[in-house]
Design a protein around this ligand. Structure first.
Ligand SMILES: [Zn+2]
Length: 281
């Protein structure tokens, strides 16, 4: 059947070589991509997986396969740690009828830091039958520690536009690293004046959050990947508590933007919060 999965990923899945943790990112229909990937993992017809007509494919695509679980929390806006602990325990139980037990996370922006930490270990060293499919418009919403355990794939749509780095991210990183409070105030005032869109501001905050989180790892001596210039400047310019506070603030503001707060509100919060207290030991 036709899918919106990248050809290389599809071929890897058919050879059972797609890995057990994937991040699907970009502007395409990520939920459809995750479902297609899950169907490909369970499909009986390896060479054409997902064939779309075998029993497994049909159940996965209808959302009723007993071994394909979509993470959801009907009682909270964000997916709670309790829900994820249950899901994590379930990952260790053998699949019912499929070859694999697959967990789909349709929107990783609903996983906060604590939630992602619950998943770290099972994603890294869980049982072989378990697979995790993380959907994220921007991979920046995932902790670097979790991202480093996953293979990342871009899915169709306006992926190029989403992938493009907003030049204002670099500027915000430099202002934070320099603890330039006046500069930060001016930066957010300028965004507001320029009528920066909610989506753009969200991207800037998420990309900056990603840098700050990497800087925090670097400062803690456990960076998984070589750090860029901005990350190094942040880790040198800010103390660990300051990096941690800045990461929390950026992430929270990016999350609130998702729930319809307007740009002016976020700009105000960023401007008036001491996001970068002086470095201290
Ligand atoms: Zn099939």
């Amino acid at each position: 059947m036709e899918t919106n999965l990248p050809t290389e990923l599809l071929e890897a899945l058919r050879r059972d070589a797609g890995g057990s943790a994937l991040i699907l990112t970009g502007g395409g229909n990520l939920t459809a991509a995750a479902q297609a990937a899950a169907a490909a993992m369970e499909c009986e017809n390896h060479a054409q997986a997902p064939c779309g007509h075998c029993g497994h494919c049909r159940k996965v695509l209808a959302g009723i396969h007993p071994d394909v679980v979509t993470a959801a929390d009907s009682e909270h806006k964000m997916i709670s740690v309790e829900v994820l602990r249950t899901l994590r325990a379930d990952a260790y139980i053998l699949p019912n009828e499929g070859r694999r037990k697959i967990f789909i996370f349709p929107d990783c922006a609903l996983l906060d830091q604590g939630a992602q930490n619950v998943l770290l270990k099972v994603v890294e060293e869980g049982p072989e039958h378990a697979a995790f499919l993380f959907c994220a418009k921007s991979a920046g919403v995932l902790l670097p520690t979790l991202r480093s355990r996953c293979a990342q794939w871009r899915v169709g749509g306006d992926a190029e536009a989403v992938a493009a780095e907003d030049p204002r991210t670099g500027e915000l990183c430099r202002l934070l690293a320099g603890r330039d409070h006046l500069g930060l105030a001016a930066f957010f005032t300028a965004l507001e004046t320029a009528r920066c869109s909610r989506e753009d501001l969200q991207t800037i905050l998420e990309q900056t959050w990603q840098r700050v989180a990497q800087a925090l790892l670097l400062a803690s001596g456990c960076a998984a990947e070589p750090a860029g210039e901005e990350v190094q400047a942040l880790s040198q310019g800010l103390s660990r508590p300051a990096l941690s506070a800045a990461a929390d603030l950026l992430r929270e503001q990016a999350r609130q933007l998702r729930f319809n707060l307007n740009v002016g509100h976020t700009a105000g919060a960023m401007r008036w919060t001491r996001s970068s207290p002086p470095a201290s030991s």
